[in-house]
Write a protein that binds this ligand. Sequence first.
Ligand code: PLP
Length: 377
Amino acid sequence: MDEIRMVDLRGQYEKISKEIDLAIKEVLLSTSFINGPAVSEFTAALETYMGVKHVIPCANGTDALQVALMASGLQPGDEVITADFTFVATAETIALLGLKPKLVDVCPANFTIDPVEIEKAITSKTKAIIPVHLYGQCAKMEEILAIARKHNLIVIEDSAQAMGADYIFKNGDRKKAGSLGDIGCTSFFPSKNLGAYGDAGAIFTNDDILAEKLRSIVNHGMKVRYYHDYVGVNSRLDSIQAAILKIKLKHLDSYNLARQKAAATYDNAFSAEKCLTIPERVSWSNHIFHQYTLKTIGVDRDLLIDKLKQKSIPAMIYYPVPLHKQKAYASNDYAEKNFAISNALCNSVISLPIHTELPQEQIDYISQNLIEIIQKI
Ligand SMILES: *Cc1c(COP(=O)(O)O)cnc(C)c1O
């Protein structure tokens, strides 16, 4: 059996290498490395896929969040509500701009920000909410959008882990994760569901005025060359990455399907295990399994990971420390009792290898070994 990997970007590349190599060569020969035709072609294809009016490509997902916040007209000291249990990029960009991250607890069902906690955290200084669609499933967007409307707040979605996921409205309508809020942000980090071969990201909006501002901010605040209307940044998607992403976008739905199939096989294997909770599927979103994350119950997780490693099975903890306990973001405002779910998740979750190339043989090997280990420890 081949080496088991958390992600297999090599195997994925080999299947499309001819097309990718040709596309890269084309950019090399054109020498249009910045804002070449590949960038506008990918952008247009992504607008169609996402069902949004505007895609603003940028250099990475963290920049997408930063630029989204910069375009939102916030003032230093304004509060932005986001989830406590996630990757740091949301809290980081909020803090970097002199805004105040207000971290709140998440839902036990799918680990995304809890609308009830959002409402409790709103003050007169609250200006925006950043829900994160964690692990490949959407946050409760209808509830969040209703709260935002009621309190006149901006909603910026972090859909870095949910490229291609569908939000399912109560009336059955579907929209792509990242296309529901005022602004959506995503990452094409190589291991994401739609991954480039380097850093890349994008911003989504249906608002023409916001789109123009976002487009200007990613390019030094310019609309007309050398005339700077806004304080901007340099955050462009380069042409080589765009050429790669344009090809990979065509495969995104089949990539997500491959992840879903692997997840279903894991589910079957683990559903009877009392010490493991399989990832819950919610009514308001499909799941595209950026991560396959189990909750362990009463298990020595470090020992479990150690034993898996002895069997050459990698496993990861996303995330070991909640943001409110991180040195950079800890604040006196945070009471531990408000983070019961987030704290518990950090101590109990474990993510297994999941990617587009996972063979049945490896899934079976991982499942059998994990069950054997868990029954012994
Ligand atoms: C990956 C990720 C980001 C940041 O994306 P980069 O492209 O690495 O900057 C932001 N938020 C979440 C939830 C992510 O998983």
